[in-house]
Every structure is written in C-alpha cells, then in structure tokens.
Ligand binder design. Structure first.
Ligand code: CAO
Length: 575
C-alpha cells in the first residue's frame, strides 16, 4: 500500500485555474483515467484524470479553490506503489504497462489542455472569392476526432468576431470555437453529431475585405505569441514547433465567456435566453444534461460565478417532474394553448382536489413514459356467475357481498404466478427487471373526490371470501376518505372495473412502475357458437394494457388466455 499525491498537471500556459467540481467522494475506488476533478481557466474546462488506480483518501483542495501547476490536489491509496506514475515519473522510461497508460493519460491531459487553449478558429481564404472565409476546425491537439455537440449559428446569422460558432466535445473537454471574423454565415458544412478533426471544414462566412485584413494581420502579428501561450512543453516561443494551423491568439473569448463576473458568486445564474453553448457548464454536466434531455439554458447555475453543476441539472429534472402537467413545457411537447372560454358563454372555475391533481400528474407521467399496448378478450363467465349467485345466502350470513371483481382478482393472482413477467417492474437504471415474489393487486375505486387505488395484499394467498371482504373494506374506506397511506402502497398490478357502470371496452393507463392493468367492462349475454349451435353465454369484456418495454405481445396473449380460461371454468382457480 502506498499513498500517492496527485498534482495539478501542466496547464499549457495558464497561471492559475479554479477547481469547479470534485468528481468523486472520499473512499471511492479510482481507476486510471477516472476524472478526479474539473479545473477551469478563463478559456477552458478540463477534467483531471487519475494517474493512479486505488482509493481516494481525500481531496487536498475544495470546490472553488484556485490552484496552479504542481499544487497537490488529492491523495490516492494504491495497492502497489509501482503502479503509480506521477507527472515527473511519466517522463522517465517506465516499461510497466500501467505506467505506460499513466503516461498516455498525462499526454491526454496535455492534449486536452492544448485543445482548450489553442481552440481558436482558423480561417482560410476561399481561393475564388476574397470576401468568403472558410472556417476550419483549429488545432485540437489530438489526432482523435471530436464531436460537434452544438451548432451555435444558422445560415444568415450575422456573427461578430469572438462569437461562438460551434461547440466541440472530446471525452475530456468541451470547447467553444469562437469566430475569428465578423461576417454573415452563408453556408454551414458541419452538422451536430459530426466527428471532426483538426482542419475539418465547419462553415463559410461572408466577410468584408477590411475584416479579412484585420484578422489576418492579428494572426500574423501574434503567431509566435500564440505558440508560446499554447505550448504545453515549453514556455519559450522560439523552441516550440509551429502548429499545423496557426491560431490567432488574440481572438477574443466567446461573448458569454465562462468567467464573466456578471453576478455574485452565490446567486443562481439565470440562463434563460442564452444558447446552450453559452451556458457556463463543464463537460460532465453537459453530458448529464444531454443524457437527461435537459436544455442547459433552462437550468439556473448555483456554482461559483453561476456555473451550472450536476445538482442543478438533477434539481431541474426533479422540479419538472413535480410540476406535473406544466412540465410538458420542458419536454418539447407543445402545450395546449390557454383559451378564454368566457368569450363563448358563462363559465365557472372549479379548484381541483388534491387527489385529482395527483391523478392528473400520474396519468400524464405514465402516459408519456410507458409504451402502452392494450390486448382485448372476452371470458365466458356464465358458470362463474351461477356459482357467485349461489354464494348469496352464505354471503349474507357472513356479511360479505361477492361480486365478479373478487374472481377477477383471484384469477389475476393465479395468472401472475403462472406468468411472472407480469409481476415485474423495470429498474430505474433501465437495464434490469425487478421480479416480485409477493402478489398485491390494486383496485381502482371511483370516489366523489377522485380516483383512489387501494391494494389487496397477498391476493395469491387469499380465497374468494377474504378477497371479497378486502374489496368491501377498501372500497368503503376509499369512498369515506379513510384510506391509510399503507393501504395504497405496494401494488404489483391493477384492476379497473367499470362492470357496474357499463361499456364494451376501454384502454386503461398502466399504473407505472407496475407493468399491467386489467380493464373490465360490463358483462353481456351473447350468442356463442359451440360447434353445432349458437348458445346464450354471459361474456365479460377484458382489456389488458401493458408496458411494452417489459411485456411482449406473446406474453400478453398467453397471460390473457390463462385468465380467460380460469374465469370461464373457475375449477382452474383451485389448481
Ligand atoms: N359486469 C356486470 N355486472 C358487474 C360487473 C361486470 N363486469 N362487475 C360488477 N358488476 C355488478 C355487481 O355484480 C353488482 O351487482 P349486484 O349488486 O347485482 O350483484 C354491481 O355491479 C355493483 O358492483 P360494485 O361496483 O358495487 O362492486 P364491484 O365489486 O363490482 O366493484 C369497485 C367495486 C370498487 C371496483 C367499483 O365499485 C368501482 O369503484 N369501480 C370503478 C373503477 C374505476 O373508476 N375505474 C376507472 C379508473 S381509470 O379511469
């Protein structure tokens, strides 16, 4: 065991940079190349990858600190000190594979720094027209292609020198590419999602001759300065190799430069109205926002100088979900326009109950999140009804009314035992199923205050009398507003019966994270062909909606066939 101190790598000329994100927690396992923290200069943000494999003992800096090259930033406990390669050791010959990897990591850090500091646009005159400038990707300090994650301009846009043209991202850093000229965008060559290399064509600008001359003058005046300021290995301009495409070092930073101190350090920054590329955020946060489908300009940054942090993105998602229907505004789904109905006649505005508001939010959430399919069938419940009616006298003695819903719940529990995929939920990571070994069935109850779904616990272990007693007790508690929170939790599947009301069928919405819901409509006598003649049979319409991420059509067909069979011949329920 050895404790290695990680230091700030060469910053490519930047004197001091800010720590803007600590990526890990004390005690976290660290692999080589894992990001330890994020640093930011006035030109770039960069992840500092770990040169060691081990356990993070502690950080030696805090979020918001200013650090310079060589400052100690973290302690990592390694299993074998031979694995460790620090900045100095990386330059020595180190044949061990881990050391080579660390040296590569160092190189990548340097490349990332170089990428950020030399990432200024390159304009090459288009030979045929002196007023058109072809903009190329500047020297990105690496042979690896980088992704275009945002195009910040459109054809016809007037851009000023320093305006961001596009945002590039490698796996280590994002960088804004500012314009080296003022002019009008007349053609865009690169597209979002493209992978570009140094020198790839980005767009064409129409510029006035004076702009070209002034930009070119700046470029040649400052070429050596540019090299000096962007070289990683040397601070002496004369010794540094000339970049393949010289960058005009004096090109101003993009308009919304991250370090613009327009607000107090602690005030959340309002990014409304900015382009995503102009929002002050690091690569890890941009990646998270993209994964969650969040537009960064909608997120207020609470970090130093209004920087958007991971927590800000997560908080934005949480509040958008809580907001319910209004959250559609953040999903890109067009909102239904507000209408002043009073212009057409007399109206009354009625406040929704808490249950109605919750139901509305849950329905929308489930409708938007779950790919629904509804499977229809009919069960012949002629014999079931005859049997149910035969229980009437005994039911009166017991004080229990048995309705078809009790048999449906019993049948559902049996079908879920036989087809366990209906007793699953999709795990939050979207990569696992949670298989439940218990079987609780929710029952939609229509109450004056709104829809409630109490849960019949362990339905698979109960008989018709117990299930009927539960239905009565829970339905009456729901209607009287006496359900306890525990009565409505832990459901695995839901039944929604409109049998007493009417209808031939409907498509219920899955009560996610459950994966299925059975809609039941009113039974009717129908002529059914028995092979030789039509006979009157009592047919019960069943509508099974399911989450197609978890349940396939074949699963649904088998499940429904099982249920229909057991309701048509309830002897199957005792098997
Ligand atoms: N077909 C024909 N008759 C039916 C039936 C069916 N599918 N289901 C029930 N019935 C009959 C019952 O047998 C009973 O008749 P009898 O008194 O003559 O025996 C009568 O309808 C009344 O039933 P009920 O509603 O009192 O009791 P239930 O056990 O059938 O249902 C409950 C209980 C709580 C499910 C129901 O009262 C309820 O609230 N349903 C509404 C559910 C709902 O709103 N779903 C939509 C949700 S999402 O939009």
């Amino acid at each position: 065991m050895a404790v290695e101190i990680v230091t700030v790598p060469d910053l490519g000329g930047a004197e001091s940079v800010d720590v803007i994100e600590l990526s890990l927690a004390q005690g976290d396992k660290v692999a080589i190349e894992d990001s330890l923290l994020v640093l930011e200069s006035d030109k770039a943000t960069m992840d500092v990858p770990s040169p060691h494999e081990g356990t993070l003992v502690k950080y030696l800096v805090a979020d918001g600190d200013t650090v310079k090259v060589g400052d100690a930033i973290a302690e990592i406990e390694t299993a074998d000190s031979a694995v460790a390669v620090d900045t100095e050791a990386a330059s020595a010959s180190a044949p061990a594979p881990a050391s080579e990897k660390s040296a590569e990591v160092e190189k990548e850090v340097e490349a990332a720094v170089a990428t950020k500091t030399v990432a200024e646009p390159v304009a090459e005159p288009v030979p045929e027209s002196s007023s058109e400038q072809l903009i190329l990707v500047p020297d990105i300090g690496s042979d690896n292609p980088v992704d275009v994650i945002e195009l910040s301009v459109a054809v016809g846009d007037q851009v000023e020198e320093g305006d961001t043209l596009l945002v590039l991202e490698s796996d280590k850093a994002t960088m804004d590419v500012p314009s080296s000229h003022s002019g009008i965008v007349i053609k865009i060559i690169a597209a979002e999602g493209d992978k570009l290399n140094t020198g790839s064509e980005v767009l064409v600008l129409e510029v006035s001759s004076s702009d070209i001359n002034s930009a070119d003058a700046k470029s040649s005046d400052t070429k050596s300065t540019s090299i000096e300021s962007t070289s990683i290995e040397s601070t002496e301009a004369a010794q540094a190799p000339e970049p393949a495409i010289p960058a005009p070092a004096s090109a101003p930073a993009p308009k919304a430069a991250p370090l613009a101190q327009s607000q107090p350090a602690t005030a959340p920054a309002d990014n409304e109205g900015k382009a995503s590329s102009d929002v002050y955020a690091g690569p890890a946060v941009r990646l998270l926002a993209r994964e969650l489908g969040v537009s960064l300009e909608k997120v207020s940054g609470s970090g130093p100088r209004g920087r958007v942090q991971k927590d800000d993105v997560n908080d934005y998602v949480k509040s958008a979900l809580k907001a319910g229907p209004a959250s559609a505004a953040g999903t890109g789904i067009p909102l239904v326009p507000a209408v002043d109905f009073s212009q057409f006649g007399e109206i009354e505005t009625i406040a929704m109950s808490k249950i109605q508001k919750l139901t509305a939010a849950n329905m929308q959430r489930n409708w938007l999140n779950v790919p629904h399919v509804t499977h229809f069938d009919e069960a012949d419940i002629t014999d079931l009804e005859a049997f149910r009616k035969s229980l009437k006298d005994e039911g009166e003695k017991r004080g229990i009314k048995v309705t078809p819903v009790a048999f449906l719940i019993k049948g559902l529990a049996a079908a879920m035992q036989a087809h366990p995929e209906f007793n699953r939920s999709l795990a939050a990571d979207g990569e696992h199923f949670i298989q439940k070994r218990y079987c609780n069935i929710g029952m939609a109850v229509d109450t004056p205050r709104g829809l409630m779904v109490p849960v019949i616990k362990d339905a698979n272990e109960k008989g018709i009398w117990d299930i009927s007693a539960d239905i009565m007790a829970l339905a009456s508690s729901a209607r009287d507003g006496k359900l306890k929170p525990g009565d409505m939790q832990g459901g695995c599947f839901t039944v929604s019966s409109l049998g007493a009301i009417g209808g031939m069928g409907f498509t219920p919405i899955v009560n996610s994270p459950e994966v299925g819901i059975l809609g039941v409509s009113k039974s009717q006598m129908k002529p059914v062909w028995n092979g030789t003649e039509f006979v009157p049979r009592l047919m019960l319409p069943l509508c099974l909606s399911y989450d197609h991420r978890v349940i396939n059509g074949g699963d649904a067909g088998r499940f429904m066939t099982h249920l229909v069979k057991s309701l048509s011949d309830i002897r199957h329920l005792s098997l």
